[in-house]
Design a protein around this ligand. Structure first.
Ligand SMILES: Nc1ncnc2c1ncn2[C@@H]1O[C@H](COP(=O)(O)OP(=O)(O)OP(=O)(O)O)[C@@H](O)[C@H]1O
Length: 434
């Protein structure tokens, strides 16, 4: 099923319904049980209200009356001092609903949000200064962690749901916290709808436009990044050729794959970057580096491990825990005699090393060799490999030292360093032998 497709329910499918016991989810549960599907009503006890135990009993009884199975999860803990109760309850509720659905073997969860909820979400997002993604409001259907969260009544007016509930003589809970003026959504509800009763449809339409525009913007970013990104490098010179709006859109999309960066970082980066300059910007969880007109993401490097010995005399992938990568050893030329690779010392760069890239190139300081190879400064820490005679054998990111090459026609193994980021299937890889 496509990521945003609204699922169709077939007979005997397992359908979970997020059931608070309120009007809307009671009506939704009722409809679901008449669809021929196997229905599981899921209730989350937030441990916030004195009546919550009573609500659990009510929900269980209603589910049973409708012929649905019932499950409940009680949230433990409490929001930290200064944290929003709403956000704490929402996160906990989402986790609980996910876990209960998956545990029951389901992959479809229905929520009873309706048109007014969507209109309120749009307004609340707008008041927070949200971008298109926030203004787009809640999606009708969205796959997350193997579960489809669907809101089949997102376009329905609340009055229609009320009429349905009245027609079927349904009973529901009135949650007093829905009137609690400490919550922004309640204040907004109380102020906006009496003053602008007809605004709901317009606000929901605005959210739909935002959804469409957001999808378009994401498509453009994907196309731009396909041209601008090679491996882990974003071409800043090419980015700067785009219109400001398009450049910030592409940069935002690229950043989102690495960090949860504030919008201000995108603006700063575009304003402060200078062609050719080596620059860095801290960001949550790491830093962005501009180097030779490319932008790179780097997570903070831990202290390099203590020097140690390694045996790289057999072909295969040899992970180096603590160094953030692995040595790939393969038969081939140019290469190094296997015997010489049997006992190597691996350690960080010290500063005075010299390196020779090819048999016919000059011996250089390691620093100069890194510069010539375009190896960014934050990737120059190592590891470096030395043989028992303290001859430099290889450097991560640069490759083998030509002084160590085996004679022609001698058996030889080539060494290459692979960063963890270049090893997507690292989990399954073990040190391998020929
Ligand atoms: N405690 C809960 N347990 C299970 N699902 C919940 C719970 N609270 C909310 N939901 C789900 O999220 C939807 C939206 O939540 P919201 O807080 O707007 O609803 P509500 O006012 O509590 O109840 P209702 O929407 O049923 O009238 C609900 O319709 C329901 O599907």
């Amino acid at each position: 099923m496509a990521a945003t497709a609204t699922p169709r329910i077939a007979e005997n499918d397992l359908v979970a319904v997020a059931f608070s016991g309120g009007l809307d989810s009671t009506a939704l549960l009722h409809t679901a049980t008449r669809s021929g599907a196997r229905v599981l009503a899921l209730h989350v006890h937030h441990s916030l209200q004195p009546q919550a135990d009573h609500w659990v009993a009510h929900c269980e009884q209603v589910a049973r009356d409708f012929g649905a199975a019932f499950a409940c999860m009680r949230l433990s803990g409490a929001p930290a001092v200064g944290d929003s109760i709403e956000a704490w309850a929402r996160d906990g509720r989402h986790r609980a609903l996910h876990d209960m659905t998956v545990e029951a073997g389901g992959d479809l969860l229905l929520l009873a949000h309706h048109r007014q909820d969507q209109a309120e979400t749009f307004l609340l997002q707008a008041m927070r200064g949200a971008g298109l993604a926030g203004l787009a409001g809640m999606p009708r259907a969205q796959w997350r962690d193997g579960l489809c969260w669907a809101r089949p009544w997102l376009d329905q007016p609340r009055a229609l749901i009320h009429a349905y509930a009245a027609h079927h003589g349904l009973r529901w809970i009135e949650d007093p916290s829905n009137d609690d003026g400490r919550f922004a959504r309640n204040r907004l509800r109380q102020a906006v709808w009496p003053a602008f009763p007809a605004a709901e449809a317009g606000l929901v339409q605005a959210a739909r436009w935002a959804q469409q525009a957001n999808a378009l913007v994401a498509e453009i970013a994907t196309e731009d990044l396909a041209r601008l990104v090679r491996a882990d490098r974003l071409d800043l010179a090419a980015l700067a050729q785009l219109s400001p709006a398009r450049a910030s859109n592409a940069l935002r999309a690229w950043l989102a794959t690495h960090t949860d960066a504030p919008a201000s970082l995108v603006e700063r980066l575009l304003a402060e970057w200078q062609p050719g300059a080596t620059q860095a910007w801290p960001a949550p969880g790491g830093a962005l580096h501009a180097y030779r007109d490319g932008l790179f993401w780097a997570t903070p490097t831990a202290q390099p491990p203590a020097p140690g010995t390694v045996d790289l005399s057999r072909p295969g992938l040899h992970p180096q825990p603590g160094w953030g990568g692995a040595w790939l050893v393969q038969a081939g030329e140019p290469g190094i005699a296997p015997l010489r690779l049997a006992r190597l010392t691996q350690r960080a760069r010290a500063g005075a090393e010299q390196f020779q890239r090819a048999p016919d190139s000059a011996l250089r300081s390691l620093k100069k060799a890194c510069q010539e190879a375009g190896l960014p400064p934050w990737r120059r820490g190592g590891p470096l490999l030395f043989d028992t005679a303290e001859q430099l054998i290889a450097v991560s990111g640069l490759g083998m030292d030509a002084r160590a090459f085996a004679e022609k026609d001698e058996p030889a193994l080539s060494l290459r360093w692979l960063d963890d980021s270049a090893l997507p299937q690292r989990e399954g890889v073990r040190e391998s032998a020929a």
